[in-house]
Ligand binder design. Structure first.
Ligand code: ADP
Length: 857
């Protein structure tokens, strides 16, 4: 811009001074000359322009005026893209001429022009003269014409001789007809073009700037991206390291486990020894029991004798009473006679005396009777006490034995699965396993007997399909029968009701006892389980074609420890039939047996039952998932749920179970509030507790059902007891379903699914996450377990002692709510079969607690 402006100034100077007279101001003339020098320099082409280091203009002039003007004019300009250097020369001695590009010789030095020209030789130097006549020694001459205008003359020959080229514009300027306006116009045009170009460049520049900005923001984004990637990468690296560490730990654990196994093997040996001791102990105890039995037998004989005595005494008392009655009658007669016959009075006195004597005799007899009764009571108490002590002793002992036995069974099962063990070794372990199993059945049987004898057998009826039970037991025992080439089958004599109310567990045990016996005591033939239903009674026959039982033994086989016939290697404890009979009788049924030696036996069982509807059958739960429900899928129904419950703990528990689901939950603490809330909250589902203050669940359900909309709401009862009567009453008031407390969380989720469209989301990683959260160690396990209440600790112990994953599910579910850390550790225990850790920890905690208690005292 500056340069363009400067050019305009220069051209305007030229214009002004070439068009008008300038002699009035001599200085202006010099300015015109300076402008010409610059323009001529600009429009001439040198052969070595690229090699120039600077652009030098030498001016021969005395007063420096042109040089000064030129300096000022060109101070920010360049020529041939080089800096302009203007040198003023006053004498010819100075030989600066040779290095210059342009030499201007003013009029004052006109005489020296030839000399200067010669000094230049053929060098490419533009020689400009002022006002000379002869053009021989000049290339361009600036002269004044008559109108005092500066004109130029050009000697093209001299110019080309010095290898220079002059632009056509300057050539045009040369000669007398200089048209400066033409030059001006072309300059203006150039300026305009340049301005246009400048504008173009400016917009281009703008565009480029925008593009740059855009690119910059892109770069910024890329940078951010790179940073994120870097972070991700470092995170991955961190994770990989963690994994590596985890693997290392696992490897370490495996080594530890191997060490533990060898320790366990040692323990196993010890346990075996202990078992032997226990067996001896058991034998001793059984002998003691036998003795106690004999004692009881003795006592019962004494008792019988005493009873006989009592009978006799009763007889005598009756006789006495009859006599007294007679005496009374006589007395009446005599009283009547007394009025009539005074004489008889004496006689009557004698009779009264006699009566007195009788009374005394009677009183004495009564005393004896009372004494006898007392003796009898004592004997009975003693007998009962002996029986109770026996039962308690048996129960305790079987529990004591069960603990090590479960360990023996569990670990021998583990060892049997070990592929590394030799065949021989396995055979031995198999024997231990089978013996252990036998011992366990024996203990269980003894316990059952103890329970029966102490009157603790409880009948637990449920709604079942009896066909399923029989088929299930038969399918379990089928392989045992097939191993002895026996044919085991079921026969249905008539139509079998689909739902009956009966104690399924006991029926199962009875069936197992009898079918196992039939298999045990048969070497060939068929075993048939016959099923018939008549008059609300279930007829079960177990028939075999085996060894049979001698007539004389038929009466004793139902006695405990009675084993008859040939002693075979495959006999049991002699308790099976006793238990069966007791169970059957407890259910209000009966059992009979017909048998013939060598031909087979028929055990006939009759048990009464109640009918039920097929829909009431309690289907056994599918294997309970340890997975936690953490929510419901998006398209699941959103429900309004009303919890009706008076106990805070129960409310909290149910809320916890439900709050993972997309439900709106309200709580009513009694039946009255439930009815009110039903009308304002309009729930889709009500969990109804039964026993509550103010109004119970049944009444509240009845009222809600009668209200508008009350028929549509799903009401599920939560009840602590579920006798048949309870269930009936719940049905009558219009409950849709019920579940028994303490419920499993899965029950709640399953019930909701029965009535509503809902899909659960399970936490697959839950166990993993938890495992990570709480790495396992015995000390940590014990520490967490020590926080449990006694009852929970007992439950954990009783579940763990069974060494079975399924038996741990109930307690695990509870722990998952009460103590997540402990839950995770117990899951690990179950997975790694570390049950002994739990048992050990419970033992230690119990001891510590007992210690604390006694200290408190
Ligand atoms: P065990 O455990 O010895 O089988 P049980 O109480 O079950 O004890 O049976 C008592 C005895 O009755 C048996 O020892 C056996 O002699 C006899 N017994 C039971 N069932 C049968 C049968 N189906 N055939 C022959 N004998 C039987």
């Amino acid at each position: 811009m500056k340069i363009i402006f400067r050019n305009i100034v220069l051209i305007s100077v030229l214009m002004v001074f070439s068009l008008s007279a300038y002699d009035t101001v001599a200085k202006s003339r010099n300015e015109v000359i300076a402008a010409y020098i610059y323009l001529l320099s600009k429009n001439t082409k040198w052969p070595n322009e690229a090699g120039m280091k600077k652009f030098q203009i030498v001016i021969f002039e005395d007063d420096n005026s042109i040089a000064n003007i030129l300096k000022k004019m060109t101070q920010d300009l360049k020529l041939k893209n080089k800096k302009i250097e203007i040198l003023n020369v006053h004498s010819l001695e100075q030989s600066l001429v040779k290095s210059a590009q342009v030499v201007f010789v003013s009029q004052q030095y006109g005489a020296s022009l030839e000399k200067i020209y010669n000094e230049i030789g053929t060098k490419p130097i533009l020689l400009i003269s002022e006002n000379i006549i002869d053009m021989n020694y000049s290339m361009v001459d600036l002269y004044e014409n008559i109108k005092y205008r500066i004109n130029i003359r050009i000697n093209l020959q001299n110019i080309s001789k010095h290898h220079l080229k002059v632009n056509d514009k300057i050539i045009l300027l040369g000669g007398s007809k200089v048209d400066v306006s033409k030059l001006y116009k072309s300059s203006i045009k150039t300026i305009q073009e340049q301005e246009k170009k400048f504008e173009k460049y400016q917009t281009l520049n703008k565009k480029l700037k925008e593009e740059l900005k855009h690119q910059n923001s892109k770069i910024l984004l890329l940078k951010k991206d790179i940073d994120a990637k870097k972070k991700e990468y470092s995170h991955m690296l961190h994770l990989i390291k963690k994994k590596e560490k985890y693997i290392q730990e696992k490897e370490k654990k495996i080594i530890e486990k191997e060490e533990q196994l060898s320790l366990l093997q040692k323990d196993y040996q010890e346990l075996k020894d202990r078992l032997q001791e226990k067996q001896i102990f058991l034998e001793k105890k059984i002998a003691e029991v036998q003795k106690a039995k004999e004692d009881i037998h003795k006592y019962s004989i004494i008792l019988n004798n005493k009873l006989k005595n009592i009978d006799k005494l009763d007889q005598r008392i009756k006789e006495q009473e009859a006599t007294i009655a007679k005496a009374k009658e006589q007395r009446l007669v005599q009283e009547n006679q007394i009025h009539k016959q005074k004489l008889v009075l004496l006689l009557m006195g004698i009779i009264a005396l006699l009566l007195l004597l009788f009374m005394i005799y009677f009183y004495a007899n009564k005393k004896t009777l009372e004494k006898l009764n007392q003796d009898l009571h004592l004997a009975k108490d003693e007998a009962e006490y002996a029986n109770r002590s026996k039962s308690i002793f048996l129960a305790n002992m079987s529990h004591e034995l069960r603990t090590p036995l479960n360990a023996i069974l569990g670990f021998s099962e583990l060892l049997l699965e070990d592929s590394k063990l030799s065949k021989n070794y396995k055979k031995t372990i198999d024997i231990i396993y089978n013996s252990g199993n036998f011992l366990l059945t024996l203990i269980n049987d003894i316990l059952d007997i103890a329970r029966i004898e102490s009157g603790k057998t409880v009948i637990e009826n449920s709604f079942v399909n009896i066909k399923y039970i029989v088929e299930d037991v038969v399918s379990i025992l089928k392989s045992r029968a097939e191993a002895k080439e026996l044919d085991l089958k079921i026969e249905y004599i008539n139509e079998i009701a689909e739902c009956i109310e009966i104690d399924a567990k006991k029926i199962r045990q009875i069936l197992i006892n009898h079918i196992t016996n039939a298999i045990k005591y048969s070497s060939s033939g068929t075993i048939i389980v016959k099923l018939e239903m008549k008059d609300k009674k279930l007829y079960l026959n177990i028939e075999d074609e085996g060894a049979g039982i001698a007539q004389k033994d038929l009466r004793t086989i139902f006695e405990p420890f009675e084993q008859v016939g040939d002693a075979s290697s495959d006999t049991g404890s002699g308790l099976g039939l006793t238990i069966s009979k007791q169970f059957i009788e407890a259910m209000g049924g009966s059992i009979t047996v017909t048998s013939e030696l060598g031909k087979g036996s028929i055990f006939s069982i009759i048990i009464p039952y109640k009918e039920c509807k097929k829909s009431e059958i309690v289907v056994e739960h599918r294997a309970l998932s340890l997975k936690k429900v953490i929510g419901a899928t998006a398209d699941s129904q959103h429900l309004k749920v009303l919890i009706v419950e008076d106990k805070e703990n129960n409310i909290l528990l149910l809320k916890r179970v439900l709050e993972v689901l997309p439900f709106e939950i309200e709580v009513a603490r009694n039946g009255e509030d439930a009815v009110k809330l039903f009308q304002s909250f309009h729930p889709d589902l009500i969990w109804m507790d039964r026993r509550m203050p103010k109004m119970n669940g049944e009444k509240a359900t009845k009222i809600i059902r009668s209200l508008p909309g009350g028929k549509d709401v799903v009401i599920i009862a939560l009840t602590a007891s579920a006798t048949t009567d309870d269930k009936k009453r719940l049905e009558e008031v219009g409950v849709d379903a019920y579940t028994v407390k303490p419920y499993k969380f899965q029950d709640i989720y399953n019930l909701i699914k029965q009535f509503f469209k809902i899909e659960y989301i399970y936490d697959d990683d839950d166990d993993m996450v938890l495992k990570k959260e709480s790495s396992y160690s015995y000390d940590r396990l014990k520490e967490e377990m020590a926080l449990l209440e006694d009852s929970m600790l007992d439950e954990l112990y009783n579940s763990a002692i069974l060494l079975n994953k399924d038996d741990m599910k109930a307690i695990l579910e509870k722990l998952s709510i009460y103590n997540r850390k402990l839950y995770a550790m117990v899951v690990e225990v179950v997975e790694n079969l570390n049950y002994m850790d739990i048992l050990k920890a419970v033992d230690e905690i119990r001891k510590e607690r007992e210690g604390e208690k006694s200290e408190d005292k």
